[in-house]
Design a protein around this ligand. Structure first.
Ligand code: UDP
Length: 462
């Protein structure tokens, strides 16, 4: 086996076997896992079995072609509805890793008695599944649904922790300067990753330790986007790597949204001029403060451009939905803008009226924006987001990072830069060039296309 996953010798053709997939129950992890399931079902003719927790369970009726198996996750402590989720995700990740061991193992053991299972593909954050795979002698592949660049930076988290980067403030010299160990990143990017750095780095280290022991890693990216980072990670983790992203481009339709999508906004978007509208969303988990929320509202009211703003219930810490909006704001804005609880993001980004994406830079959102050639204004909150945002702004140069957070003047300048100024045209040209590379990678002979073939051959060889 070569590091790009291609086989050294010719393998027999695939027979119809099963693959067990186990997504981490968060929107940004469920989406790519179910997309991968669809890809392997269609392109590899595998029977797909999705094992899922009770917490944030996917809707099986949307996927009649798959078999779903629910397992008990020991959940007694937190809400089942992501819209009311206020707990620390790392706490929930650890909780699930401790409480799903027996139910997951029993479920997999039962399945391999009944049918020929080629392998399991589990979210990298479910590190406990490696021991189960070893015990049951079933190969485990890992889906890591964030960027490769994030993994490369995260390999240094212990060092960064010891150097004090997590706690740095604007008084530290490295706060706004390239880090000697990783000059693309600044101290402030690391400081944003987590407010609980000890637990965060310990979790990441454990996840990586078990990723290294797996039979291979699947990334939702494409080679041309992250070539240097892929070389580094292939060196650090000498196991097969598969880069067949972006997953959602293999087929259209079929949404794995945990929240109902408001589709009424599509007809409103239809009435907006081309590339005129700002799309604003901070994903499924990120929270902002009331004053940050009010800054967003003020900017959107004053900027004079149409906007579509996703305000997820729970987006504002301590509030239910829109009660933090300034008084009479909705009346003042009128037809100029729309607020929804959740939307069909990929369709919104693909709409001709969408001119820029003000995003938190979750990896799915970042990839979806690149796919549609929509320049970004970046407001990263935590985890991998500050790292993705730094690459969007400083490496790929396809967006503008709000260096000073939710500060009114900075936001207005950034949006105007992207939507109105000449510099915006250059940003748009660069993101469209990347979009073209991405489309080529998916075509016959392209890097993602080849990687998918390697993955199917590899799984068939087990
Ligand atoms: N999303 C959506 N509708 C929305 C907002 C987000 O369908 O109104 C989807 C988006 O397309 C993406 C996912 O939710 O696939 C968010 O994942 P991401 O990695 O960007 O961020 P996370 O939610 O994990 O922070």
């Amino acid at each position: 086996m070569n590091s790009d996953g291609s086989l050294r010798s010719t393998q027999p053709p695939a027979t119809r076997r099963s693959i067990i997939l186990f997504p981490l129950p968060f929107q940004g992890h469920i989406n790519p896992m179910l997309q991968l399931a669809n890809i392997l079902h269609t392109h590899g003719d595998f029977h797909i079995i999705i094992i899922h927790t009770q917490f944030n369970s996917p809707n099986p009726s949307k996927y009649p072609q798959f078999t779903f198996q629910s397992i008990k996750d020991g959940n007694t402590e937190y809400q089942y509805n992501i819209t009311t989720l206020t707990d620390d995700p790392i706490y929930i990740f650890n909780y699930l890793n401790e409480n799903c061991v027996d139910t997951f193992k029993d479920c997999v053991a039962g399945l391999i008695q009944q049918e020929p299972v080629a392998c399991m593909i589990t979210d990298a954050a479910f590190f406990f599944t490696q021991a189960v795979a070893d015990e049951l002698k079933l190969p485990r592949l890992v889906l890591r649904p964030s960027s490769v660049l994030c993994a490369v930076v995260y390999c240094n988290l212990t060092l960064f922790y010891e150097k004090g980067y997590f706690n740095c403030t604007n008084k530290d010299p490295f706060y706004d300067a390239p880090l000697p160990e990783y000059p693309i990143i600044k101290g402030k990017d690391i400081s944003k990753i987590s407010t609980k750095p000890l637990g965060h780095k310990d979790f990441a280290n454990k996840m990586f330790e078990y990723m290294k022991q797996s039979s291979g890693i699947i990334w939702n990216t494409f080679k041309e986007l992250e070539q240097p980072e892929l070389e580094t990670i292939s060196h650090n983790f000498p196991i097969p790597h598969f880069t067949l992203g972006p997953f959602h481009k293999y087929f259209s339709g079929s949404s794995s949204s945990l929240i109902d999508e408001d589709r009424t906004i599509m007809s409103w978007l239809d009435t907006q001029p081309p590339k005129s509208t700002i799309y604003v969303s901070f994903g499924s988990v990120a929270c902002i403060t009331e004053s940050e929320f009010q800054q967003v509202a003020n900017v959107l009211e004053n900027i004079g451009l149409p906007f579509l703003w996703v305000v997820r219930p729970g987006l504002v810490t301590g509030s239910k939905w829109l009660e933090s909006l300034p008084e009479t704001w909705l009346e003042r804005v009128g037809e100029k803008g729309r607020i929804v609880k959740w939307c069909c993001q990929k369709e919104v980004l693909a709409h001709r009226a969408t001119g820029c994406f003000w995003t938190h830079n979750g990896w799915n959102s970042t990839m979806e924006s690149i796919c549609e050639g929509v320049p970004m204004v970046c407001s990263p909150c935590s985890y991998d987001q500050p790292l993705n945002a730094r690459y969007v702004s400083d490496v790929w140069k396809i967006g503008v990072l709000l260096e000073d957070g939710f500060e009114k003047e900075g936001i207005e300048k950034a949006i105007k830069k992207v939507m109105v100024d000449k510099e915006g045209d250059e940003i748009r040209e660069r993101i469209n060039a990347l979009k073209e590379k991405l489309n080529l990678s998916l075509k016959e002979g392209g890097s993602s296309h080849k990687s998918l073939k390697n993955l199917v051959d590899y799984i068939s060889s087990f």
